[in-house]
Design a protein around this ligand. Structure first.
Ligand code: AMP
Ligand code: MG
Length: 363
């Protein structure tokens, strides 16, 4: 009996020793994943490393905090207060101040294709409250009179910042807020010394570092013709330390009288953009931290993916040619073509089974 006990003890000791001194676990491969339903989308954040759990929870807090400030449907949010102020200045925190500043930069840069003051038009089509309808032309014309992002003012005061729209205007940050959230996640991963992570915020992806085996993260570019197929890709982007943001009419739309109306509005017409593109993916590298910068490449990718979708193929490619070092593109056209710009030519792996023509390389 005693022998049996001592054998069991020895066995237990051995087991616990194996647990303590077993094959060493690489701290960089410890993983945590968290799903967050926020900003009208399902988000998935997977972090690696010793502080992966703390970073994942902090990521959720960050996103919820941003949503509480930026949501247009929550009455108490900073954006709702700004929209309700009918032109009077309201106090805004640093995040909303940064976003309004960024939105104006990209509005000016895209000739007005990106404009957050398109908000009342987005609402008239029912995209804000999921109550879809086709507004009358006269209604759209009245609403369009208020669309002009150049009227938005942001001012620094002794106590912080104020912002004001023109009377009757309102702002919708749905085309840029997730990209800003991705920029802030990059800052958070840096702060928590996260070696690698992948964050998918709707169509906004942050591929942080590389995969545990040292290879690039694989980010699928959805086939706009097969929006509901989980692996229905036109190709895969192999990315390290990059943002990739996709905009497309297939992401949100409704049908009426046999026509499809999507959620990306052309501020020039008030109608869903009559684009020859079905999706635009903008890719940019994560940049080193810069205390002077209020927003980063994630914000840029988000604003530009929306704007370039509105612009259409030709203008989008001209825009890229004039700014080619800042970002890269994958464009999918209604005609079944794919365009990939020079900087990611090697990183885009085309799916030959997808039925699309072989990608055109744009240099
Ligand atoms: P995204 O998915 O980033 O392309 O953004 C689309 C969302 O941005 C829409 O659901 C609207 O809330 C908003 N939006 C629509 N059209 C525009 C536009 N031309 N400029 C800025 N925001 C827009
Ligand atoms: Mg966008």
């Amino acid at each position: 009996m005693r022998r049996f006990i001592s054998i069991t003890l020895a066995l237990n000791l051995l087991l616990s020793l194996t647990a303590c001194f077993g094959p060493p676990v690489d701290p960089d491969t410890v993983q945590e994943s968290i799903q967050v339903i926020a900003m009208d989308t399902a988000m998935l954040i997977s972090t690696y490393g010793k502080r992966s759990t703390a970073a994942a929870y902090a990521s959720e807090d960050l996103i919820r905090d941003l949503e509480a400030q930026l949501s247009r449907t929550e009455e108490d949010s900073e954006v709702s207060r700004l929209n309700a102020a009918d032109g009077r200045p309201t106090e805004v925190g640093p995040d909303l101040a940064a976003l309004l500043t960024a939105a104006e930069e990209y509005r000016a840069d895209t000739g007005g294709a990106f404009d957050i003051t398109v908000a009342p038009v987005v609402s008239a089509w029912g995209f804000t409250e999921d109550s879809f309808r086709v507004p009358a032309q006269a209604e759209l014309e009245t609403l369009l009179e208020k669309v002009d992002g150049s009227a938005v003012r942001v001012e620094r005061t002794a106590g912080g910042c104020t912002a004001a729209l023109a009377p009757g205007q309102s702002a919708d940050l749905g085309g840029i807020a997730k990209g800003y959230a991705a920029d802030k996640l990059a800052d958070l991963f840096r702060e928590y010394e996260i070696p690698r992570a992948i964050a998918t915020l709707g169509g906004n992806v942050l591929a942080w570092g590389d995969r545990p085996d040292g290879t690039a993260w694989r980010v699928g570019v959805q086939d706009p013709a097969r929006p509901d197929e989980q692996n229905g890709f036109v190709g895969i982007l192999n990315l390290k330390n990059s943002f990739a943001v996709t905009s497309g009419g297939y992401q949100r739309y409704f049908e009426e009288d046999g026509r499809t109306y999507h959620h990306i509005i052309d501020p020039a017409t008030g109608y869903p953009a009559d684009s020859d593109l079905t999706s635009v993916t903008v890719v940019a590298e994560v940049l080193p931290p810069d205390a002077e910068q209020l927003y980063g490449p994630g914000t840029m990718c988000d604003a530009l993916s929306t704007a370039l979708f509105v612009m259409g193929r030709e203008q989008a490619l001209n825009f890229w040619t004039s700014r080619k070092n800042a970002f890269d593109l994958v464009l999918v056209t209604k005609d079944g073509e794919i365009y990939v710009t020079g900087g990611i030519a090697e990183d885009f792996v085309f799916d030959e089974e997808s039925g699309y023509a072989y990608p055109v390389l744009v240099k």
